[in-house]
Design a protein around this ligand. Structure first.
Ligand code: C2O
Ligand code: CU
Length: 501
């Protein structure tokens, strides 16, 4: 049997709040089998030298406590600077990024560059690719961003993502004609921090006594999720029970619908929307009132253009769409799927006169043809070469809401065996969701192809849904595969994917 590297558990425990860490430490303690693993030391990152002619894009970020004004409500949180989302990081495909993070938080942190196919050392996973960055310390992330697209970044420590620690990242395509007049980045979020609780407290209350349960999980645990509630609580198609956390607010670009961002353009202009979900526990249905959207990319990869009224977006997913604007004022709405409180997220699009719709406006597009992203067809340029897999890895998503236990391959992270792959292989991950919830499955350092050939790095898996996900093992290192519901991930719904010799 493969043995675990002793560092795995630190990824999980690395940055939890003190209280939550105490819970999980206690729970780990009940396993009692082994002594605490030693703290790994990765040291300072090795400097990366630009190749001949490679452009270098430098950026300095500070993670710090911040107070945000959410429509007149002041919330204390952590952010990259004084706003959430934090500052855009933008470069052209092939550039070398040098981003320095100054950690002014009262906690350890890291940055994970979500969706970027970068070298392993810059991936931002504490205990796996680096030591967590201590309070007061700085860390330089240096990496080449090879693929154009819409991305974002966030910590890979505890549930810090559910604070204000997220920001968009755009990698431009030097060969793209850019057949649009304007570009708008729309970052969606579910917000709870500083509203009388913190994400660490939310995690603690979710995990509750479940943290004390031990032993392997299996498909039956997954089915146990059916006890989660009456049929009524199982939610509607296509996602069923989609979230656990009751959020008071939903935001677009850091603004609540009562004080929305107003995006302006001229009637008839073509706008490229870059829609990013930085949410932690919410799937949104997204629409622009009075318009249809032509979806052109997902997770950075081009698709056969698909014209839709609305689309679903899971935590960590991105969609790019082109829209030709009409004359007037229109709501861009992100409606939380299956959540009945907290309202919705909204921004306004203004190209002419008119009275803006209210915060609870309900564009009819939301209930028309709503795209399920995994049903998009890939553009020819996004396809993997035709090839049979050299290896198949089984991956089950396991767990239940009551008790709140989530894992992969029958156990929570730290207790499950890493998946392995050899460099050069075409790996098929046979992913099966054995639970009654929807999970956005995310892979680091690579993108996978669905059976249709669609390329993504994050895919929504509905209850009991399966996908064969193919990837080329062309980026050696130790990587993560996990649910991008950050509470599920922290409860254990993660697994490593390690290259072996
Ligand atoms: Cu955005 Cu490991 O995730
Ligand atoms: Cu999940």
């Amino acid at each position: 049997m493969t043995t675990h590297r002793p560092t795995r558990r630190n990824v999980l425990l690395g940055g939890l709040g003190v209280a939550a860490a105490a819970t999980l430490t206690a729970c780990t303690g009940t396993r009692g089998a082994t002594s605490a693993p030693p703290t790994p030391t990765f040291g300072a990152p090795s400097p990366v030298t630009p190749s001949a002619g490679q452009k270098v894009v430098e950026k300095a970020l500070t993670a710090k406590p911040a107070t945000l004004d959410l429509g007149g409500r002041s919330v204390a949180t952590w952010a990259y600077g004084d706003t959430a989302p934090g500052p855009l990081v933008r470069a052209t495909a092939g550039d070398l990024l040098r981003v320095t993070l100054d950690n002014q938080l009262p906690a350890e942190t890291t940055i994970h560059w979500h969706g970027i196919r970068l070298h392993n050392a810059a991936d931002g996973v504490p205990g796996q690719t680096q030591d967590a960055i201590r309070p007061g310390a700085k860390y330089a992330y240096e990496f080449t961003a090879p693929d154009p697209g819409t991305y974002f970044f966030h910590p890979h420590v505890g549930v810090q993502l559910d604070r204000g620690l997220y920001a968009p990242m755009v990698i431009d395509d030097p060969t793209e004609p850019g057949a649009y007049d304007a570009e708008w980045i729309l970052v969606l979020d579910d917000w709870i921090d500083g509203t009388g609780t913190t994400p660490d407290e939310v995690l603690k209350s979710l995990v509750g006594d479940a943290g004390q349960s031990t032993g392997p999980m299996n498909g039956m645990d997954g089915m146990g999720g059916m006890d989660h509630g009456s049929m009524g609580n199982m939610g509607a198609a296509p996602w069923g029970d989609a979230g656990d956390v009751t959020y008071p607010l939903f935001l677009i670009n850091g603004r609540p619908p009562t004080d929305p961002e107003v995006l302006t353009a001229k009637p008839g202009q073509r706008v490229r929307l870059r829609i990013i979900s930085a949410a932690s526990d919410t799937i949104f249905t997204v629409a622009l009132g009075g318009h249809r959207l032509t979806v052109t990319q997902t997770d950075g990869w081009p698709v056969q253009p698909a014209e839709v009224d609305a689309l679903y977006i899971g935590m960590g997913e991105r969609y790019d769409a082109i829209v030709t604007l009409k004359d007037g004022v229109f709501p861009f709405v992100a409606r939380p799927f299956g959540k009945t409180s907290g309202g919705q997220a909204m921004a306004l699009v203004r190209t002419g006169s008119g009275t803006p719709p209210g915060a609870d406006t309900s564009p009819k597009e939301l209930s028309r043809q709503v795209l399920i992203g995994s049903e998009l067809k890939p553009a020819a340029s996004a396809k993997l070469s035709a090839r049979e897999p050299d290896a198949v890895a089984q991956l089950t998503l396991d767990g239940s809401m009551k008790p709140y236990r989530w894992g992969m391959n029958g156990a929570k992270f730290g207790e499950n065996e890493p998946l392995t792959v050899k460099a050069g292989q075409r790996l098929r991950i046979d992913a099966r969701n054995l639970t009654m919830m929807t999970h956005p499955l995310h892979l680091h350092g690579h993108t996978f192809a669905l059976p249709s050939g669609l390329r993504k790095d994050t895919v929504l898996m509905a209850p009991m849904q399966s996908f064969a996900l193919d990837l080329d093992a062309d980026n050696a290192g130790d990587w993560m595969v996990h649910c991008h519901n950050i509470y599920h991930a922290e409860a254990g719904m993660m697994i490593a994917l390690n290259y072996t010799a």
